[in-house]
Design a protein around this ligand. Structure first.
Ligand SMILES: Cc1cc2nc3c(=O)[nH]c(=O)nc-3n(C[C@H](O)[C@H](O)[C@H](O)COP(=O)(O)OP(=O)(O)OC[C@H]3O[C@@H](n4cnc5c(N)ncnc54)[C@H](O)[C@@H]3O)c2cc1C
Length: 461
């Protein structure tokens, strides 16, 4: 008998537990054959922005290339169509065993439950093995068995559980089985402003480059928007081109390595939180913040659009938004600055910003995005006092001290040298190249935000 392996958000061959299980099953039957398939939803693909279409297609193409063109790819509009196609493949290849990784976000769980049910009604089994995490969501619990709501104690338990070493690629004599007419690799319909490079081999090269060039100073440089001080592995992690086990393996205990391990753990923490509180994908983790007074209507909409275009008049915010739209990625520090600005200076709901990020981030991850937003908005898992408000000017001066990041993304400000670029209103020729004036006054909006918080406190008394 062969086995069927369904690739999901694990577009790699190495360190893939589910894939190894499929091979080991096929081997145990004496056949050594695996039919591997990837499905995509045509509608969801169509709705992606250009960068995300290119980024997904490149990941699929790279996987297919690494399998000598033997990846089966098919469109499936719904979970039931996906299950039907899996059953057809199983019948064609004379097996009843399908293997896949387990997902932990609400959509992934809904899909795997529906497919599992449909398969079992047709005499097939779906075995969910492995995950995209070093420690599977739901595993890290307090001594009393309850779940963590705060990151630091989560991390302390999580790090104790780390033990697994990376797994190898399937090896030995085996063959991939291809199914006729299953080569529907989606073609991007929209242009991408950048050439996207993706895939497992690229992810491993990215990791090596990071280890060599930036890891040793990660603790010092990771917050600097103007330096390439971080790993840039988020796209690869989101598509499963690399497993966190591979990234964590060989990390030592230097301060920089410890800080990096902690960042990987943030991704795992948020996945755990979303697993336990699935409604928080789009709903408030702290429900009382739903009642906070947010701005709506025409002028709120036009401010939101200025934020999306990177035309708020605050250089650090605008540089971040332009980096997002033109590259599909934004520096973590700047993600926090633009998110804080949307919620606390423009008084808009975090969900609006999160949806814009989802459309444009090529590393989009449901848990990290929703909870990164909620943490910054102050309605999430942040253990600090609620009213952290980022000052976009001071943040710019601190994390882009020479102004290089701002000048890179905002050509209208390229004539201003040094840190002065963060305050074009202080310079006579600041606006000579058409950079927009500030759409709001940060100091006024900061106070307004605090006043609305007081209102909320009084409501809950
Ligand atoms: C509002 C907001 C939205 C975000 N949306 C996403 C998202 O959709 N997808 C996503 O992968 N990350 C998201 N993040 C987290 C973080 O910004 C990115 O993971 C990071 O910038 C990716 O760059 P890197 O790979 O160079 O990170 P590095 O600094 O090299 O970190 C290594 C890895 O650790 C993880 N990580 C680092 N910081 C965080 C963090 N704060 N939260 C969760 N995981 C983290 C990522 O997987 C990252 O690739 C968001 C953060 C905020 C504030």
């Amino acid at each position: 008998m062969t086995a069927v392996f369904w690739f999901r958000r694990d577009l790699r061959l190495a360190d893939n537990q589910g894939l190894l299980a499929a091979f080991s099953y096929a081997k145990s039957t004496g056949d050594n054959e695996v039919a591997a398939v990837y499905f995509y939803s045509p509608l969801a693909y169509q709705n992606l922005e250009g960068i995300r279409q290119h980024s997904l297609t490149e990941s699929i193409r790279a996987l297919n290339t690494s399998m000598q063109d033997q990846l089966n790819v098919a469109a499936a509009a719904t979970s039931s169509e996906l299950a039907e196609k899996l059953i057809a493949i199983a019948n064609k290849t004379k097996t009843n065993r399908v293997f896949a990784m387990r997902l932990f976000d609400p959509e992934g769980i809904r899909q795997q439950n529906a497919v599992q049910k449909a398969l079992s009604e047709n005499g097939c089994t779906l075995e969910l093995i492995g995950s995209g995490y070093a420690i599977e969501p739901g595993t890290v619990v307090k001594p009393d068995g309850t779940t963590y709501r705060v990151y630091t104690p989560f991390y302390k338990s999580w790090v104790q559980l780390l033990s697994e070493t990376p797994m190898k690629k399937p090896a030995g004599s085996f063959s991939w089985l291809t199914i006729p007419k299953m080569k529907e690799i989606p073609k991007p319909e929209k242009p991408s402003p950048i050439k996207v490079i993706a895939g497992e081999a690229f992810a491993l090269r990215t990791l090596q480059r990071f280890r060599k060039r930036a890891l040793a100073s990660y603790d010092e440089n990771r917050n600097r928007a103007d330096l390439s001080g971080t790993s840039h592995l988020s796209h690869a992690l989101a598509h499963g081109e690399i497993h966190p086990r591979t990234i964590l393996a060989g990390l030592g205990d230097s301060p920089a390595e410890e800080v990096f391990r902690k960042e990987i753990a943030w991704r795992e923490f948020y996945a755990d939180v979303l697993f336990h509180y699935p409604q928080t994908l789009t709903d408030y983790y702290e429900p009382k913040f739903k009642q906070l007074r947010y701005d709506t209507g025409k002028s709120a909409q036009s401010r939101f659009e200025a934020w999306c275009r990177g035309e708020t008049g605050y250089p650090m915010v605008d540089a971040g938004m332009r980096q997002l739209v033109t590259t599909g990625w934004m520096h973590n520090r700047v993600r926090m600055i633009v998110a804080s600005f949307l919620v606390k200076d423009l008084h808009l709901e975090w969900t609006q910003g999160a949806a814009f990020f989802e459309a444009h981030l090529s590393d989009y991850d449901p848990a990290s995005n929703s909870h990164g937003w909620q943490w910054t908005a102050g309605c999430g898992t942040d253990a600090s006092p609620y009213y952290r408000i980022f000052n976009p000017i001071l943040q710019g001066l601190k994390f882009d001290p020479n102004g290089d990041y701002v000048r890179k993304y905002i050509p209208e400000l390229s004539h201003i040298a040094g840190a002065a670029v963060h305050e074009p209103w202080e310079i006579f020729e600041g606006y000579q190249n058409g950079y927009p004036e500030r759409i709001v006054d940060h100091n006024i909006e900061r106070n307004e935000s605090l006043a609305r918080l007081e209102e909320l406190k009084n409501l809950s008394k």
